[in-house]
Design a protein around this ligand. Structure first.
Ligand code: NAP
Length: 460
């Protein structure tokens, strides 16, 4: 048989998950000098992961990454097998039989827990649920969010918290020409929220927003961003952090908070979005649903850039009608793949999957949030996927080039046996075109299908 990675004996790679890191891994494989055929398996009928169902609908520019993914999908060595769940419809063992290498790029699909009493009360939601719901993700389509309340609280000060609080702060007119799901727009149109509190456990110098995202709160048509001037006092270590040149983003964030604290309240605006700091969630209370959030005042301890929040035993209470925990995502395990329970990631060495004891697991690789945890912007995943693919290509001689692998054909046999309607990229293109068509009369980039059956009915 010809050497592996040549025209007559291409390397067969399968990627699990079609978000940014999956597409960047496919791109790196296809652009390499080695002859490779790439299959991407996706759980939903729609590709693009968080670019479709995580990126906020009012951030359409960020979704332009899809144009590159479409180009990758257009190359002859790329193949999408969507509407297929690895670990249920097809096993990891079967993928190792059909392909030389398997790359897991399945992201961080669930949330970290606060671990406080009342977290599960009605009215307490995760950011993942809300983001998935307004973005039309089928898993979250039928959730209900009661926005007939006066006060919403968002725990966490990262960009997901910024997305959630901005969507709650915007008017329907600010959202109607985005690709927000219609069911979400209808509920937001009836929102009675007056106050939105975005709460950080550390100080204003440690908030994890990016400046662009925070700046948008100063441009909202019906919401005043509010920061109390006294909350902007800094300890010496925080001052040191903001003086550090490489920490320019946090300096900009701090300046924006200062700007918000000096703004006059515009009494024509009906909502207020408060940014508060050094408050750690202690307990959520309520009878049938949430009523109060108890927060402990924190102080910072430790050296600059390593400061952590320590409780002072002094508490305050906020009356709250709806709460969103936005404190970071975590991955979920896949049957047959090692998993690091406390980190919520697949243990790996530069992308080569390892057992928890560090031993390399042959054939398995990982990239993106499930490899390194939920950090960075969309583009960060490109370098992460390239690192993984470089390891995979370095391992080329270790793959068994003598046994003929079936590639996608082997997977199709398994799926056909189980009567599973898999979705190709051409199928997806039909669904995509239909969504764009449905959006046109409303002036939206698309109206998303939010049920899997609806998507499949377009192609069946
Ligand atoms: P994140 O940036 O890590 O922020 C998590 C926030 O939760 C931090 O403020 C963190 O505070 C806080 N937190 C964590 N554990 C907590 C606890 N037990 N109690 C109270 N607060 C707690 O995570 P994210 O917002 O989920 O975003 C994930 C990644 O996606 C980030 O890299 C983000 O930039 C990216 N993203 C980007 C965009 C965009 O580019 N527009 C949009 C959305 C997301 P500490 O700092 O004290 O840990």
């Amino acid at each position: 048989m010809d050497n592996l990675g040549t025209d007559n004996n291409p390397l067969l790679a399968v990627i699990v998950g079609s978000g940014p890191s999956g597409f960047y891994a496919a791109e790196a494989l296809i652009k390499s000098d080695v002859k490779i055929k790439v299959d991407i398996i996706e759980r939903l009928p729609s590709p693009y992961g968080l670019v479709r169902s995580g990126v906020a609908p009012d951030h359409q520019k960020l979704k332009q990454a899809i144009n590159l993914y479409k180009k990758i999908a257009d190359t002859p060595d790329f193949n999408l097998i969507a509407n297929v769940t690895v670990g249920k419809d097809v096993s990891v063992e079967e993928l190792c039989e059909s392909h030389h290498a398997v790359i897991f790029t399945c992201g961080a699909e669930t949330d970290r827990k606060l671990g406080i009493s009342g977290e599960e009360l009605k009215g307490s939601h995760t950011a993942t649920e809300f983001v998935g719901w307004y973005n039309g993700h089928p898993d979250y389509r039928d959730l209900e969010f009661d926005l007939s309340q006066d006060v919403a609280v968002i725990i966490g000060q990262g960009n997901v918290a910024a997305d959630v609080s901005r969507i709650l702060s915007k008017t329907v007119d600010e959202l109607r020409h985005t690709d927000i799901a219609q069911h979400a727009l209808d509920v937001l149109a009836e929102s009675k929220l007056k106050e939105i509190h975005v709460i950080g456990r550390r100080g204003p110098a440690q908030a994890k927003f990016t400046p662009k995202e925070l700046r948008e709160f100063g441009e909202l048509s019906d919401c005043n961003p509010i920061v109390q001037e006294q909350d902007l006092a800094l300890n010496d270590e925080s001052k040191k952090e903001l003086e550090e040149k490489s920490n320019i983003a946090n300096k900009k964030i701090y300046d924006l908070f200062t700007n918000f604290s000096k703004r006059e309240l515009d009494s024509n605006k009906s909502k207020k979005c408060f940014f508060s700091f050094l408050l750690g969630p202690k307990e959520i209370t309520g009878n049938t649903s949430i009523e109060k959030l108890i927060l402990e005042k924190n102080e910072l301890s430790g050296e600059a850039f390593k400061q952590s929040a320590k409780g002072t035993n002094e508490t305050i209470e906020i009356d709250v009608g709806i709460l969103f925990r936005s404190i970071g995502y975590r991955g979920i395990p896949i049957v047959g793949v090692p998993f690091h329970e406390s980190w919520g990631t697949i243990p790996n060495e530069k992308g080569r999957v390892t057992e928890n004891n560090g031993a390399i697991v042959e054939q398995l690789y990982t990239a993106g949030w499930i490899k390194r945890g939920p950090s960075g912007i969309i583009g960060t995943n490109r370098a992460c996927s390239v690192e993984t693919v470089n390891c995979l290509l370095d391992d080329l001689t270790k793959f068994n080039s003598e046994i003929k692998k079936s590639g996608a054909e082997g997977i199709y046999l398994i799926l056909n046996d189980k009567n599973i309607r898999h979705v190709s990229f051409d199928d997806w293109a039909e669904i995509d075109a239909k969504e764009v068509e449905l959006g046109k009369p409303k002036g939206k980039p698309r109206e998303k299908y939010t049920y899997i059956d609806e998507m499949l009915s377009v192609i069946n």
